[in-house]
Design a protein. Structure first.
Lengths: 212, 190
C-alpha cells in the first residue's frame, strides 16, 4: 500500500514546490562570495561548509507542505481508516520527499560548487556527504512536519526544531567535505543512519496523536 | 464478532467534556442507523469512534472495515475527479468499482473535471462515490445530505438500498431525514 502513497508524494511535489529548495540552495551559495569577498583561496576553503549551510536552510522550506495539508484535508484520516499505520505513512512521506529533494539538491550542488570554485576532490567529497546527509534531512523534515502539524505558526516552529536536530549532520558533513577526514564521514553516516531509523517512529507517533 | 459494528457501554470524552456514556448498540448486515441530535452533541465523534479514528474513554468498539464520508474532502484538487478517486480505489483494491460508483452518484459527466472546479454539491457526491466504490461492509456518513440537491438525495437513497441489500450496514449522522426506508434512529441528547 505504500507504493501509491510514495507516487502521490512525488507527483504533488513535482507539480508544485519541488524546485524551491534547489533554487534557494543556489541563491545562498551565490550570496556567499558577496559576503566574504571574491578571494578564490578563501572561497575554496569555506566552500564545502557554505554548501552545507545552504543545504540545511533549503531543507527547511518544504516542512510546511509535508504533513499539514494532508491533516487539514482528512487524507491522514482516510489512510488510517484503511489500516495504514502512522509509521507507514511517515516512511512513504520520507521516501517521497527525499526523491523530490535529494537528487535535485545534488544537481544544484554541482552548480553551487562551480560558483564557489571548489576543485574536483572537494566537489566529490561534498557530493558524497550530501548524498549521505539528504536522506536524513528529508526524514527530519517529515518528523518535524508531523510534530508541528496543526499548530499555529508551524512553519517557523518547524525551522526552530529542525535546525538544532540537524547540527550533527552539518558538523560531520561539512568537516568530511572540507578536510576529507574519513572519521568525520563515518560519524556523519552514523548520525544519518540514526536519524533515518528513528524518524519514522517519531513521525508515526506524532501522526497518531494528531487524530485525537 | 457478531454484527458489522458493535458498541459496548462506550463513553466518549472530547475537550474535557463527557459527550455520552453507556452507549451500546449493534449493526447487523442490512441495518441502517440514523444518529440524530443537536449540534455538538457528539454525532461526528460517534462516527469517528466507529471508524477507529478515536479511542473510547470507556467500553469497547468493534467494527468491520468502514468507509467514512465526512466533511473532509481528502481528494487532490489539481487532479481530474476520476484520477483523484482512483487513488483511494487503488488503496481499497476496488478500482473496478469506480466507474459504477461514479455513475451511481451521477458524476460520470464530470470524470475529467479537476476537483478544484467542482461545486459544493458535486464534492459531496464525490465523497459519497468514494464510499460507494470502496465496497466496505460498513458506511459511516456524516451529514451526507449537506449540499446535495433532490436528485443527489435520490441517488444516495438508491445507493444505500443496494448497499443494504448486499448485506452491509450504514451508520449516518444527519439533521434532515435520510432517503431510503427502514432507518432505526439513535437520539443523542445534550
Amino acid at each position: 500500500m505504500i507504493g501509491p502513497l510514495i507516487a502521490r508524494e512525488v507527483r504533488r511535489a513535482f507539480g508544485g514546490a519541488a524546485w524551491l529548495p534547489p533554487v534557494f540552495f543556489l541563491l545562498v551559495a551565490t550570496v556567499v562570495p558577496f559576503a566574504v569577498g571574491p578571494d578564490a583561496r578563501l572561497l575554496e576553503r569555506i566552500g564545502a561548509g557554505a554548501l552545507w549551510v545552504a543545504a540545511l536552510t533549503a531543507a527547511l522550506l518544504p516542512i510546511e507542505r509535508l504533513v499539514e495539508p494532508d491533516r487539514a484535508d482528512g487524507v491522514l484520516d482516510q489512510l488510517s481508516l484503511r489500516g495504514m499505520s502512522g509509521e507507514e505513512i511517515a516512511l512513504a512521506k520520507i521516501v517521497g520527499h527525499w526523491l523530490t529533494f535529494g537528487p535535485l539538491l545534488l544537481l544544484a550542488s554541482l552548480l553551487g560548487a562551480a560558483l564557489l570554485g571548489l576543485g574536483g576532490g572537494a566537489l566529490g567529497r561534498t557530493l558524497l556527504t550530501l548524498a549521505i546527509g539528504t536522506p536524513a534531512l528529508a526524514a527530519l523534515a517529515v518528523a518535524v512536519a508531523s510534530l508541528t502539524a496543526g499548530l499555529r505558526g508551524s512553519a517557523a516552529l518547524g525551522g526552530l526544531l529542525l535546525l538544532p536536530l540537524a547540527v550533527p549532520l552539518l558538523i560531520f558533513g561539512a568537516s568530511a567535505a572540507g578536510s576529507g577526514e574519513p572519521g568525520a564521514l563515518k560519524l556523519q553516516a552514523a548520525v544519518a543512519l540514526f536519524i533515518l531509523i528513528g524518524a519514522p517512529f517519531v513521525s508515526g507517533a506524532a501522526l497518531r496523536a494528531l487524530r485525537s | 464478532m457478531t454484527g458489522l459494528l458493535r458498541f459496548e457501554d462506550v463513553a466518549c470524552w472530547r475537550g474535557g467534556r463527557l459527550l455520552f456514556e453507556g452507549m451500546s448498540f449493534t449493526l447487523e448486515p442490512g441495518d441502517a442507523l440514523w444518529v440524530r441530535g443537536p449540534n455538538g452533541v457528539g454525532k461526528s465523534s460517534l462516527l469517528r469512534l466507529a471508524a477507529g479514528l478515536l479511542s473510547p474513554a470507556a467500553g469497547k468498539v468493534q467494527a468491520a472495515p468502514a468507509a467514512l464520508a465526512d466533511d473532509a474532502l481528502a481528494l487532490d484538487r489539481e487532479l481530474p475527479l476520476e484520477t483523484a478517486l482512483a487513488f483511494w480505489a487503488r488503496l481499497d483494491a476496488s478500482s473496478g468499482g469506480l466507474p459504477d460508483a461514479l455513475a451511481a452518484m451521477g458524476l460520470q459527466q464530470l470524470r475529467s473535471v479537476p476537483v478544484r472546479m467542482l461545486s459544493t454539491g458535486q464534492l459531496r457526491r464525490a465523497r459519497l462515490a468514494r464510499a460507494v466504490a470502496s465496497a466496505a461492509p460498513l458506511w459511516l456518513l456524516d451529514e451526507p445530505l449537506n449540499g446535495l440537491d433532490g436528485a443527489g438525495a435520490e441517488q444516495l437513497g438508491a445507493a444505500l438500498d443496494r448497499h443494504r441489500q448486499e448485506g452491509r450496514a450504514v451508520l449516518a449522522a444527519s439533521h434532515a431525514p435520510l432517503p431510503g426506508t427502514g432507518w432505526r434512529t439513535l437520539d443523542l441528547a445534550g
